[in-house]
Design a protein around this ligand. Structure first.
Ligand code: TYD
Length: 210
């Protein structure tokens, strides 16, 4: 049970593209269902109808999008998603398992796009009216390994995935810095381990929070 929300629990998954977030979200969600918890699985960008449209623009727009506009698009998606979907679920006492949240913006826009990470965090917190996760699971993976995984799974890359290896290396380093700055919120896992081992480590960390 979290101190901030009456009875719900807010868990986010972070990491580079191809680090296995959705697989782990699925496994954790199944385990929580078995334990009788109501789970909302959601994601950013795109966790709402409005967010779905924002997702199309921010990931698949053919022309240029300036870095600040990109940051604001993610923030707009977040503002709507948190207020309309996540907060109500937490208020009902549900466990929210979310693929990506504000740490993605700090890592990709703040550091990847070379905006100011502190400002991007403030923008996200403004958008979400200060909501922070109870737990953030960072699936850490070498960007070249992640790229090989993606290459075998993708027919097309979105605007962020299409960025150079150097961009993804900076995103990875940014995530590790974030985790170091807030060790009580983050669980950092080596995403090159077998899927079942990662899932077991996640369950061990979540269990006492229930
Ligand atoms: P994701 O949904 O994880 O991609 P996919 O469904 O294709 O696996 O994320 C889409 C991309 O958006 C990803 O490359 C990271 C990026 N992103 C940001 O740059 N900033 C953000 O705030 C968020 C939430 C995502």
């Amino acid at each position: 049970m979290s101190a901030e929300h009456a009875s719900g629990l807010f868990i986010t998954l972070e990491g580079g593209d191809g680090s296995g977030k959705s697989t782990q979200a699925e496994l954790l969600s199944g385990w929580l269902h078995e334990r009788g918890r109501t789970v909302l699985r959601t994601r950013e960008p795109g966790g709402t109808d409005v967010g779905h449209e924002v997702r199309e623009i921010v990931l698949h727009h053919r022309g240029d999008i300036t870095p600040r506009a990109e940051a604001l698009l993610y923030a707009a998606d977040r503002a709507h998603h948190i207020a309309s979907t996540v907060r109500p679920a937490l208020a009902r006492g549900e466990v929210v398992i979310q693929d990506r949240y504000l740490d993605s913006s700090v890592a990709y826009q703040g550091v990847g796009r070379v905006l100011d990470p502190v400002e991007i965090r403030q923008l996200s917190l403004w958008a979400a009216e200060g909501l922070l996760p109870d737990l953030t699971i960072l699936l850490d993976l070498d960007e070249t390994v992640a790229r090989t995984r993606l290459d075998s799974a993708r027919t097309r890359y979105d605007r962020l995935e299409a960025e150079k290896a150097e961009f993804h290396a900076r995103v990875r380093a940014a995530y590790l810095d974030l985790a170091e700055a807030e060790p009580e919120r983050f669980l950092v896992l080596d995403a090159s381990q077998p899927v079942a081992d990662i899932a077991a480590l996640i369950r061990a960390r979540v269990d006492p929070l229930l």
